[in-house]
Design a protein around this ligand. Structure first.
Ligand code: MG
Ligand code: MG
Ligand code: MG
Length: 308
């Protein structure tokens, strides 16, 4: 019976490449593992799969009656539907522990590093003592560069840098940072993309003290790219808030060169922004220098603000 490997909803590069890399490792261990995706790929992920010669994983969103593994998340809101009607076998992740529980013991490897790719390298190398195939090394390396925003994010650790240097060698990539810049440009492609698709390109829902809270992020090489789309983006997050009975929807417009985020906010209680970041909204947005990470800088601060 096949075992399906899932990254989170609204997949980013790590969600997709970690599913492929864990499925490959499982195959080496004799498990019939199949990588899946829960949604459309972003242009950066497409570029990476093309470069290293991978097909787009199959689309699946439900695990009723299936055996499955999760990568890059352990939150029910981000997981495939009906997790409780399937059998979860493993979690490999680098986020805070989410709210998924299991009736049986499972394999779990969760580490406080910048990317699931970094955790997977340790599983290949140190836990299962398997050689990483060059094309798998290529996508893992790319995911680390993506998740750590070319090592600039506060989430980046020495293990991530070490992993990129090692994986680049295995993959035969001479200049990983140049490749990372190419990826960043692909990730910044927004022209002609409907506002709704941009909001959901890298989007996660959270439960914060009983409130539904959505946080999307666009990582851009320049905020000029969205200068004439701001009205449309705002209208769209207003819609998303209304549709999902959400308390708040945040859209992080992150300038990866400036290393800052212009945070667009629609909320039942905009004062959470000031509580979380010590800075009030100016109109629709608040400018947050140094903020690039949803998981380390947005989520913990907002959770505290919502709980207070
Ligand atoms: Mg992710
Ligand atoms: Mg990740
Ligand atoms: Mg990210």
């Amino acid at each position: 019976m096949a075992v399906y490997v899932f990254g989170h909803k609204s997949p980013d590069t790590d969600a997709v490449t970690a599913a492929i890399a864990l499925a490959e490792l499982q195959k080496m261990l004799g498990v019939d593992a199949v990588p899946c995706r829960q949604g459309e790929l972003n242009p950066e992920t497409e570029l990476i799969l093309n470069k290293f010669g991978f097909d787009v994983p199959e689309l699946r969103t439900d695990v009723t009656g299936e055996k499955f593994m999760l990568v890059d998340h352990s939150d029910l809101k981000q997981a495939p539907d009906n997790c409780d009607k399937g059998e979860l076998l493993a979690i490999v992740d680098h986020h805070k522990i989410g709210d998924i529980t299991t009736p049986n013991p499972i394999f779990a490897c969760v580490m406080p590093v910048g990317c699931t790719g970094t955790v997977l390298r340790i599983l290949y190398k140190d836990v299962y003592k398997k050689e990483i195939p060059p094309n798998i090394a290529g996508i893992m390396m790319s995911a680390i560069l993506s998740d750590t925003v070319l090592f600039k994010s506060v989430t980046c650790t020495p293990e991530d840098k070490e992993a990129v240097a090692d994986l680049a060698k295995i993959a035969g990539i001479d200049d990983p940072m140049a490749w990372g810049m190419e990826m960043a440009k692909a990730k910044s492609a927004v022209e002609g993309v409907p506002a709704r698709d941009l909001v959901f390109r890298d989007y996660k829902d959270f439960d914060m003290a009983g409130n539904n809270v959505g946080i999307g992020q666009l990582e851009l090489v320049s905020l000029d790219l969205v200068a004439n789309m701001r009205d449309d983006l705002y209208a769209e997050i207003e819609k998303v808030k209304a549709e999902g009975n959400r308390h708040s929807v945040f859209l992080m417009l992150t300038d990866i060169m400036e290393e800052a985020t212009d945070l667009m906010v629609v909320s039942d209680d905009p004062s959470v922004v000031e509580k979380a970041f010590g800075k009030a909204l100016e109109g629709r947005t608040v400018w947050l220098p140094g903020v690039m990470s949803r998981k380390k800088q947005m989520v913990p601060n907002l959770e505290k603000a919502f709980a207070s």
